[in-house]
Each structure stands twice: as structure tokens, then as C-alpha cells.
Design a protein around this ligand. Structure first.
Ligand code: NCD
Length: 335
């Protein structure tokens, strides 16, 4: 399996998005269109959720080889609200472990008329690999690929910032914590760099910083005060223990003191700065409960936007597959 990011592969022959494997290579117009479409699916708390029939007759399969609550549930709700049938496969205890290759599982589901696969995996390369092998009318959506990419999260983060603060072009966005192992940070960076952002800062201890070649154009801040000064958006990240050797893990107490987002450390940022976190949170480590639940927090809004963004992505991708699906054979109908 190669580590093809899928940048070119995600388009069909006409250049339309067929899969969503990465935000790399998406144009500003494409991102804005997805965000505008997602905005159309946003409802106020307490209102009935948006629904339409863009995916009527379609079948979406969620295959998560890593744990997930919000991403999996929001893909499930998004597909259901667009009228699709949805199947959730328990991949942590499934065929890969029994020895069936992932591709055999995909072919089996494809034979049952699954036409959208939503994939999450700890190893790089699976979404692009599957995208290479599925039938022409079938789409693959990346729901988290190793430390590399989480495109729908990048979009929902951009949408949340845009809703709260408007145009991103003048904003200073500080992403704090385990940037090295974070697919969330990489996709946020790709979305914001394409949309235009005043300054993007990555903030954290040296052992959690990405390699030099990555995040080109972002400012690296090894000290929290430097990273937060004047920031309009502060995004805290969970330490991804599952992606690192023990030696790299800072002890929780020291980490919280030096890099924790708290009501106290938030005073270093612009007054009223937006507080974000992709979840799941470790309260008392990368973020305090007060900061997570306080008036500056957009964390629940991020979750709500996750459903809207996934609806927009599903509806966009399916428009492609409608063009690919051969017309139904005109056999005699039995009355
Ligand atoms: C993140 C992920 O899985 O990458 N969560 C999410 O999708 N909302 C971040 C994390 O696990 O820390």
C-alpha cells in the first residue's frame, strides 16, 4: 500500500470531486462552496434538523478501524438526514482481524450496493488505496487517516471560525498541543491556508512539534505566551498517546501548567478569543473544564457543524456518482 494522499485521485475525469481524501489541492472556491452548502444545513439549537433527499436510495457504510464517537455518529446522522441507508461496521472486532483483507470487505459491501464508504484508519494510505479499487460510481470519504488528514474536521473547524468571526483572512489562529501527531491540525491548516488566514501558529513543546518541512508558512511557538498573544482563535489538541512512544509523552501535570488552555492562560489571547477543541477532551490536561464550557467556547458548535459539513460533503460527492451510474436496465416490470 502506498501513502498516496489522494490529492489527484479524488477527482473524476471531469475534475469534479468524486471522493474526499484530503483537503490538499481543493481550490478556495471549492472549500467556500462546501462551507456555504454546510451553512444551509445548520439549524439553531432546538430546531428540527435539516433534511433533504439528496441521498435517497443510496447506501453509506461507516468503516472505522479506530475508535470514534462524534465523527462516526455525525456521518451516520448526516447520511440518514439526506435519506440514505446507513450501515455501521464494527471494524475494531471485525474481518481484518479474522484475516479477510479490507478490500474483500469493501467488495462484499459494494456487492450489497453500498456506494459511499466512510473510512477511518490508524495507518496512512487506506482511503486512497480503497479509492483506487472501488467501482466508478462509488465514493470514499476519509474520516481520519493516521496523523495525516481529517478533511471533514478541517472543514467544520473553518465553518465554525467563519460563523463566529467572519472572514478568516485577517485572523490569528493558534493551534496548541500535540501538533506533531494531529490530523486535525494538518487539515485545519490546509483549509485555512487555502481560504486565507492572517497568521497560523503551531504552539507546543519541541517533542510535539511537526518536522520542519511541514506547516510551511506557519509560525512555530515553543512557549504558550508567545503562541497565544493576540490570537483570535485558540484550538487545543489532545495528546495522541496512541501515536507515540512512551518517551515522547510529557507528564500531564507539567504539560497542563505549560500548555494547558485555562481561563488564566486565555488572558494572553485577544479578549473574547474563540476556544476550540476537536474532542475527545482530557479536561485538566490540554484544556480546563472552565475554558471548555465557558462563554468563549465554540466546542459544541464544532460538533453541530460536523453534521452539517458531512451532509454538504455527502451531497456533493453523490452528485458526481449520479453522473456515473448507468441507467437502470429497461426490463419488463412485473406488476
Ligand atoms: C480527533 C481525531 O480523531 O483525529 N477527533 C475527532 O475526529 N473529532 C482528535 C482526537 O482524537 O484527539
Amino acid at each position: 500500500m502506498t501513502t498516496d494522499t489522494g490529492r489527484e485521485r479524488q477527482r473524476d475525469a471531469a475534475g469534479q470531486l468524486r471522493h474526499l481524501l484530503t483537503l490538499e489541492g481543493l481550490t478556495r472556491e471549492e472549500i467556500v462552496r462546501l462551507l456555504d452548502q454546510a451553512q444551509g444545513y445548520v439549524r439553531r439549537p432546538g430546531e428540527l434538523p435539516a433534511r433533504d433527499a439528496s441521498l435517497a436510495g443510496r447506501t453509506v457504510a461507516n468503516l472505522f478501524f479506530e475508535p470514534s464517537t462524534r465523527t462516526r455518529v455525525s456521518f451516520e446522522l448526516a447520511a440518514g438526514r439526506l435519506g440514505a441507508d446507513v450501515v455501521n461496521l464494527e471494524m475494531l472486532s471485525s474481518s481484518r482481524i479474522k484475516g479477510e483483507s479490507v478490500l474483500d470487505t469493501i467488495y462484499t459491501l459494494q456487492a450489497m450496493a453500498v456506494d459511499v464508504f466512510v473510512l477511518r484508519d490508524a495507518e496512512p494510505g487506506l482511503p486512497a488505496y480503497i479509492a483506487r479499487h472501488v467501482a466508478p460510481h462509488v465514493s470514499v470519504l476519509n474520516a481520519g487517516e493516521a496523523h495525516l488528514s481529517h478533511p471533514t474536521q478541517g472543514l467544520l473547524d473553518a465553518l465554525t471560525i467563519r460563523q463566529r468571526l467572519g472572514d478568516t483572512a485577517q485572523l490569528t489562529v493558534a493551534v496548541v498541543g500535540d501538533v506533531r501527531h494531529s490530523r486535525v491540525a494538518r487539515s485545519a491548516w490546509q483549509a485555512l491556508a487555502t481560504l486565507g488566514v492572517g497568521e497560523f501558529r503551531i504552539v507546543g513543546p519541541p517533542e510535539l512539534m511537526p518536522d520542519d518541512g511541514e506547516f510551511r508558512g506557519a509560525r512555530r511557538c515553543p512557549i504558550l505566551a508567545q503562541g497565544l498573544e493576540g490570537a483570535d482563535v485558540v484550538m487545543a489538541l489532545r495528546i495522541q498517546r496512541e501515536r507515540m512512544a512512551e518517551a515522547r509523552i510529557p507528564d500531564a501535570h507539567t504539560y497542563c501548567r505549560e500548555f494547558g488552555i485555562t481561563t488564566e492562560s486565555l488572558k494572553l489571547a485577544r479578549p473574547g478569543a474563540l476556544v476550540m477543541h476537536p474532542g475527545p477532551m482530557n479536561r485538566g490536561v490540554e484544556i480546563s473544564g472552565e475554558a471548555a464550557d465557558g462563554p468563549q467556547s465554540a466546542i459544541q458548535q464544532q460538533v453541530a457543524n460536523g453534521v452539517a459539513v458531512r451532509m454538504a460533503v455527502l451531497a456533493t460527492i453523490v452528485r458526481h456518482s449520479q453522473a456515473q451510474t448507468p441507467p437502470a436496465t429497461t426490463g419488463r416490470t412485473v406488476g
